[in-house]
Design a protein around this ligand. Structure first.
Ligand code: PEP
Ligand code: MN
Length: 348
């Protein structure tokens, strides 16, 4: 970190800054530029952010500038190789193939889930999604089937072999959700639930971290850093749209986040065009665009009858529309040399 001293600041003010830095355990490198005094803060310590904030309030300080990324372990700095998240069935997310995770927003019952699981698998999905614990904006809307929903997800996995991705909302539920899930999903509304992040960090199951509704890329990567630093290195990022002034779509899909997060971090990136757009007829075009932008996977809401869905029917694909989406995505994936995972498996 670099501290720029104001033009005209007194020698006493500069000395106070240097003493403060040293008192907090850092080394100092002072350099007198043509116009300003620049003080380099050297050393890696946990209290660096506190020091930065405190220095900013000292007289004579013009600016405090970080020079390395605030997220360290998930950063590309240090030339970390791409993280490949391996699932129990051997599937690899981030390994150059596009994984499609599909299923209903919410597990609504056994038959609908199993019927959906079989269909999406036949179409080429390699993971089954479905919420048992649902984060609902309104306390009056359906909160999910809870533990019963988890049992149904397990049964669907037993029948189809599809790994399960499902959301965990509460640190107290991590143990029961991880007993049924292959990937723990952290929803957008919980991206900065630091207690929950610390709890899933202790799990041995991979975590998919959705971007918060209004989270910057840095905040999102710092949330990932919590999980990584807590000991769980199997983290997948999921761009699911952010809140902007635009209200015609449910959210605004920030597609540039895909190549940007891949530049900044070694973690795989999945895109959720269902929640990003909130409109079923925008899902396929944005799914294709996401794959073209280099996404490692897609997560798509599919329902046997969206008009009867308990949640998110307006953005859910019917079975036939999901089949058509897969057909539309395949040529894009192949064109950029990152085939859909089920096609690559079939070709072996
Ligand atoms: C979901 O995947 O069903 C969901 C609630 O998504 P998000 O957290 O992105 O809103
Ligand atoms: Mn949903």
């Amino acid at each position: 970190m670099i501290v720029v001293i104001k033009r005209g600041a007194s020698a006493e003010e500069a000395r106070t800054v240097v003493e403060k830095i040293k008192a907090m355990g850092f080394d100092v490198n002072v350099s007198q530029g043509a116009e300003r005094l620049i003080i380099g803060v050297l050393g890696v310590r946990e209290n660096k952010d506190t020091l930065a904030a405190q220095l900013g309030s000292l007289a004579g300080v013009e600016r405090v500038m970080p020079i390395s990324k605030s997220f360290k372990l998930v950063s590309r700095e240090g030339a970390h190789a791409d993280t490949i998240v391996k699932l129990a069935n051997g599937a690899e997310i981030g390994g150059g193939l596009v994984h499609v995770m599909a299923g209903p927003c919410t597990v609504e019952g056994r038959d609908m889930l199993i019927e959906t699981a079989k269909w999406v698998q036949a179409c080429g999905a390699t993971l089954l999604r479905g919420g048992a614990f649902k984060p609902s904006t309104s306390p009056y809307s359906f909160q999910g089937m809870g533990k019963e929903g988890l049992e149904i997800l397990s049964e669907a996995r037993a029948l189809t072999g599809l790994p399960i991705i499902t959301e965990v909302l509460d640190p107290r539920d991590v143990a029961s959700v991880e007993a049924h899930a292959d990937i723990l999903q952290i929803g957008a509304r919980n991206m900065q639930n630091f207690q929950l992040l610390k709890e899933v960090a202790k799990s041995r199951k991979p975590v998919m971290l959705k971007r918060g509704l209004s989270a910057t890329i840095e905040e999102w990567l710092l949330a990932a850093e919590y999980i990584y630093a807590g000991g769980n290195h199997d983290v997948i990022m999921c761009e699911r749209g952010i809140r902007t002034f635009e209200t015609t779509t449910r959210n605004t899909l920030d597609l540039s986040a895909v190549p940007l997060v891949k530049q900044l971090s070694h973690l795989p990136v999945v895109v959720d065009p269902s929640h990003a757009t909130g409109k079923w007829d925008l899902v396929t075009p944005m799914a294709r665009a996401a794959v073209a932008a280099g996404a490692d996977g897609l997560i798509i809401e599919v329902h046997p009858k969206p008009s009867d869905a308990l949640k998110d029917g307006f953005e859910s694909l019917t079975f036939n529309k999901f089949a058509a989406m897969m057909d539309a995505v395949r040529p894009v994936a192949s064109a950029i040399g990152r085939p859909v995972a089920s096609d690559a498996a079939a070709a072996v």
